[in-house]
Design a protein around this ligand. Structure first.
Ligand code: SF4
Length: 359
């Protein structure tokens, strides 16, 4: 028997098609979406302007994703990380980042949510807690947007900025990502402007090119972490599949198709990618692609040996980029004390639950 599809993962088009297949008029789709996204009900029973036959039909074909919040780390007003349990018992984590006070942090003035796109990750970046756990499965669109609903239940505020930088490689879950983006940006959905949504990839070159034709003005960040194949090969296995000679043209295609600046995320790891020579390579690449750079000193992950460089070292690296005229921020991670690197909370929970994690 096929599982009912999550109702929160439906678009106006998919619902209209479903209704048409059952001989029902399109205006019912608008009513259903209004109950879900405007009135925020969480049962078909509460959709009081629908006939009972339609409520039964919806109940037989669609589900409400559980997304039960099982753990919250951090305090209100600060960066908070939470874990949601999915219908199959797996957990995903998301991070609420409060509006920033400005400064060198490069943070948004909006309430930001960092969302996950997969349970675990197959990409195996050597510095990442999610990579340690391996890959379980893709999140469906309802589970991706469900993280936003969960965050709004926790904060009692509207999330108005999104970054796809949690667990998983979003571009490896392309179709669900695009459906979720349709729901997130739609006026009948969460109605978050594309300019306030950043999709971050570790370097899935062919899908960067595919996403470049997505019609909304979303932004792209590349988790670069190394500006030469030598460094990227050392810490990011994705680079063996799509080395810089393939990644850079894909990024250039994005920048020219969308007339938009790309952001390069660069985690500074002591002795790996934090030399002044590495800063020079990064400056050249950023210049070539007209990109801005976010520098993030590494958050230590239990079980991994990588270290955060001293602050003076990070500042020297930043200044080298500044001298080359690159727009750059050095982000003193707000979440350093709450396991802000992606996957760390889930890793802890699995350990608490007695699962063996091979490190
Ligand atoms: S950094 Fe991102 S792409 Fe790399 S292993 Fe972690 S979650 Fe996956």
């Amino acid at each position: 028997m096929t599982q009912p599809a999550p109702i929160t993962g439906q678009t106006e088009t998919s619902l209209t098609q479903f209704l048409a297949a059952h001989g029902l008029p399109a205006f019912r789709a608008k009513q259903i979406l209004d109950w879900i996204w405007d009135k925020r009900v969480e049962s078909f029973e509460r959709m009081t302007n629908l006939p009972a036959t339609l409520k039964n039909l919806l109940g037989a074909n669609f589900s409400w994703p559980a997304m039960e919040t099982v753990q919250i780390q951090g305090k209100p007003g600060k960066t908070r990380k939470f874990l949601s349990r999915l219908d199959d018992g797996q957990c995903v984590e998301s991070v609420i980042i409060p509006a920033a006070t400005g400064g060198d942090g490069g943070q948004s003035e909006r309430l930001t949510l960092c969302v996950s796109s997969q349970v675990g990750c197959a990409f195996g970046c050597k510095f990442c807690a999610s990579g340690l756990l391996g890959f379980s499965r893709n999140l469906n669109a309802g589970e991706i947007v469900g993280q936003i609903l969960a965050a709004e239940r926790i904060t009692r505020e509207r999330i108005d900025n999104l970054v796809f930088m949690g667990m998983g490689e979003p571009l490896a879950n392309f179709d669900n990502l695009v459906t979720a983006l349709d729901i997130i940006t739609a006026p009948w959905g969460l109605n978050i402007g594309g300019r306030h949504i950043t999709v971050s990839t570790s370097g899935y070159a062919p899908n960067i090119v595919r996403l470049a034709s997505y019609p909304r003005q979303i932004r792209l960040a590349i988790s670069l972490h190394g500006a030469t194949d030598d460094v990227r090969n050392q810490i990011m296995p994705v680079n063996k599949k799509w080395p810089l000679r393939e990644l850079v043209p894909a990024l250039a295609a994005w920048a020219s198709a969308r007339k938009q600046m790309i952001t390069m995320e660069y985690i500074l790891i002591q002795g790996v990618n934090d030399s002044l020579e590495a800063a020079g390579h990064l400056a050249s690449l950023a210049q070539r692609l007209n990109a801005k750079v976010n520098l993030i000193p590494y958050n230590t992950v239990e079980g991994l040996d990588w270290q955060r460089p001293p602050l003076s070292h990070c500042e020297r690296f930043r200044d080298r980029l500044k001298q080359a005229g690159i727009p750059v921020t050095l982000r003193y991670e707000k979440g350093h004390d709450i396991d802000a690197a992606c996957g760390q909370l889930r890793l802890k929970k699995l350990k608490e639950d007695g699962q063996d994690i091979l490190v």
